[in-house]
Design a protein around this ligand. Sequence first.
Ligand SMILES: [Zn+2]
Length: 88
Amino acid sequence: MVMIGKCFQGWGKEYNSKGICCCNCKWQSKLVKHPWNQGEFKGRISEQVKDSEGNTMWVCTVQDGVAMTMNTEHSMCEMHTPKEYHYE
Ligand SMILES: [Zn+2]
C-alpha cells in the first residue's frame, strides 16, 4: 500500500490523523536573506530569515503569484503536494 510520508511533529492528530505535514510538501522552501536587502532580510543567502520570535521562516505554497510563509517547518496548508512516498 502506498502511503504519504508522515510527520508527527506536525499538525495536531485530531485534525490530521495521517500526519500529513508541510515538511513533506514539495513546495516547502527555506526563506533566506540576501546581501542587497535592507533590515532583517539583509544577510547571506545561506542564512534563513527568522521572525521576531526567532523562528525560522519557510515558504509554503506558491500559486498565482502568492507565496505564503510559515514560521514553522511543521504545519499544514491547503495546497499540500507530498514530496515523498513510502510503502507500508
Ligand atoms: Zn513535519
